[in-house]
Design a binder for this molecule. Structure first.
Ligand code: ZN
Length: 319
């Protein structure tokens, strides 16, 4: 029933042929600390209601602090809430989890976790690193703060100078959800956290790519990803749906990037959702996937030791 891949890990039959398990679509929103962008979140929530989509929404701690009613509202509508750094989005010198030391990262994560918990009434366990800038130290800090999921590792992504991912360390990391090694996030290992990598085909499957390259090219990227992974993780920011003049950005932010921000982006996003949901993708949430992956009756050490990373995909298909 199981075969081994090149790394000696077990793979369930059918996991790589794209047939056994339905395609999963994860709609995610990164709420950076950008005053004025909260209007964009309200618009995105309305879009989710119209399309019956439940997403995973990552909050910078300061955003949650400033707009707790919105965080609560997200939870009440059935979206999952996670954290996305403390003040990321509003800083001239942004938080960088790839280079910050362990104590600093703990502080950022802890403050953000408290803010989201205070607002939403539940303790978040899902994390996305600001600018997808993450390292092994981050995984350690997340583990100690009680986190169970991360969605930051930029597999198959290289922005070629346009975006923020201009290193190849994680380029060949797995495309499917996996437990990373504590020593190397790009390899499978024993971490209690599950990584759900944001999808990429050189450029990320996000709103910036969608509004820059257009839907037909993004559709081709999605088909490429669909041949290699059953999981498609899309992300966007509330700020992208609000005119830049109505928001407060750090001075260092490029004017070119601000130029494309407008409410009309909502209809481009709607067209993408329409395409994805009509092409066999089924909406999925990160923690929902993970709950099926965890045998809650076993202690975490046992579970990690016996964990067969791709086995649960069959269970997903039998849902
Ligand atoms: Zn962000």
């Amino acid at each position: 029933m199981f075969t081994r891949n090149g790394n000696g890990q077990h793979l369930a039959n059918g996991n790589e042929d794209g047939k056994t398990v339905p395609l999963q679509f994860y709609f995610t929103i990164d709420c950076d600390w950008v005053p004025g962008s909260q209007v964009g979140l309200v618009m995105l929530l309305a879009l989710c209601d119209r399309t019956h989509l439940k997403g995973t929404i990552f909050f910078a701690g300061r955003f949650a602090d400033a707009y707790p009613h919105l965080v609560r509202n997200c939870r009440d509508r059935g979206h999952q809430v996670g954290t996305h750094g403390w003040a990321h989005g509003g800083l001239e010198e942004d938080e960088d989890f790839r280079v910050a030391d362990y104590e600093q990262q703990r502080r950022w994560i802890h403050q953000a976790t408290d803010a989201v918990e205070k607002a939403a009434g539940i303790r978040p366990v899902v994390f996305r690193a600001p600018n997808l800038s993450i390292g092994e130290t981050t995984l350690r800090a997340l583990e100690h703060e009680g986190y169970r999921y991360d969605s930051s590792i930029p597999a198959r992504r290289f922005d070629m100078g346009f975006g923020r991912v201009h290193y190849l360390k994680y380029f060949w990391s797995p495309l499917e959800p996996y437990r990373p090694s504590r020593d190397n996030l790009a390899a499978r290992g024993e971490s209690p956290l599950i990584e759900v990598p944001p999808s990429s085909c050189l450029f990320p499957i996000n709103m910036a790519t969608l509004r820059t390259l257009g839907l037909p090219i993004v559709q081709r990227m999605i088909r490429w990803i669909g041949h290699r992974s059953r999981h498609l993780v899309f992300y966007c920011h509330p700020s992208e749906f609000v005119y830049a003049k109505d928001q407060v950005f750090p001075d260092a932010m490029s004017k070119w990037n601000q130029k494309g921000m407008c409410p009309a982006n909502l209809s481009i996003l709607e067209a993408l959702l329409d395409y994805v949901l009509k092409h066999e993708y089924r909406p999925a949430q990160m923690m929902e996937t993970a709950v099926r992956r965890l045998d809650l009756e076993q202690p975490i050490g046992l579970k990690a030791g016996r964990f067969q990373s791709d086995r649960t995909y069959l269970e997903e298909g039998q849902r």
